[in-house]
Design a protein around this ligand. Sequence first.
Ligand SMILES: *[C@@H]1O[C@H](CO)[C@@H](O)[C@H](O)[C@H]1NC(C)=O
Ligand SMILES: [Ca+2]
Length: 469
Amino acid sequence: MRRQVLLFIWALSLTSVFGQVSYSIPEEMEKGSLVCNIAQDLGLDFNRLKSGRARIHSGDSAEYIELNRDKGVLLIKERIDRETLCGETTPCALHVQMILENPMELFRITIEITDLNDNPPSFASSEKRFEISESAVIGSKFVLERAIDADIGVNDLQGYSLNPTNNFELKLENQADGSKKVEMVLQKPLDREYQDQISLLLTALDGGQPRMSGTMQITVNVLDANDNAPVFTKSVYKSTLTENSPRGTNIITVSASDKDGGSNGEITYAISNSKRRLSEQFQIDRKTGEVILIGEIDYEKAKVFQIDIEAIDNGGLSDSSKILIDITDVNDNCPQLKVLSKSDTILEDSPENTVIAMLRVNDPDFERNGDVKCSINDDIPFKILKTMNEFYSLLTEVALDREVASQYNITVTCSDEGVPSLSSSVTLTLQISDVNDNAPVFERSSYEAYIVENNTPGLSIFTVKARER
Ligand SMILES: *[C@@H]1O[C@H](CO)[C@@H](O)[C@H](O)[C@H]1NC(C)=O
Ligand SMILES: [Ca+2]
């Protein structure tokens, strides 16, 4: 403990003031601590203090100090808190008078109370929150709270620090009243997608020994700006769909993500093809991205579909992608049989391989579903041959004999190779006609003979002969 003693003696003063002493003690000394050896400092002995009935007197501050007459010392009676006694007033001192009688003497005692760093800088609130848009521009200022330190001089507030300094830096501005305006200034853009909340610690420091500090938690909630467009998970989505699938069939679900929060990250899906036909066949759920079949799909009409889609956030930013749908064929068509020409009747002596009918067979399905084979019932003397792609001829297998059969029912059946197979058939009725439309013909166009006269009756002259052609 450091104590300063200043002693002045005003001898024989007209005011009966015989002396004045000044002391300097720190605040917060324990009760009973020694302030000074007043008798020694004033050159008074113990007997004089006793005989003079020495006592101290002061205004309001008497209760802080007491006089021990036996030892001739001033002691601390109550703990002194400089801040309570003087606030910011400096210097801070107690004024005490010591009065003696016989003869009357008055001594002025000034006790200066020096500051101890017993108060840390403190903030009125322990936390402050900011809501700052990520689009805030560099240089934007945000006012922070000032700290208060009840101490004075070097023990008073000396400065501030703000950590971390990634996005904000501290700015102190001197005010007219001598205090400082505390601000933080944005020096690096905020990015909500990178960090949506920033915690900073504002520290106020005094200059005492040891230094004391107070802190305040600063929380910055970074508000979203619509700075991110939605992004589809794929640039092309692929799916297959069998033709004739029922309405309501779920084809595929597409998805896009958006780094923004709130409504800036809410995505709506849409089909962007302008062709009306597509929107009659496919529908996309605006919210879920589920693509549903709403029309009819015929492989024979279209084998692949490309649907252009887009994802749009509420801020109007968008991304596009496409869906390729391969349609798979289903064996949904029977072979179509058409008789192009046909003989109703055929002569019984027609040679083998006489064409009696020509047919055309067509199946709109694909691959195995459209591969067709034709046959006829096998108990008849006819055969069927493929003459060209899709064209078939029906022929006689042998020369026909009307006496065996005068009529044939020929059933042509054409089947495709699908699983299960589909088939069509047609039955042709053929009459076999008798050959009987020529008159007999003489072997010779003329016959000549010579006969003798007076011949015997009944003589054979010659025989004519005709034959069938
Ligand atoms: C051919 O079909 C017709 C009509 O169904 C029938 O009347 C006739 O008896 C059949 N002919 C032969 C040879 O089966
Ligand atoms: Ca202090």
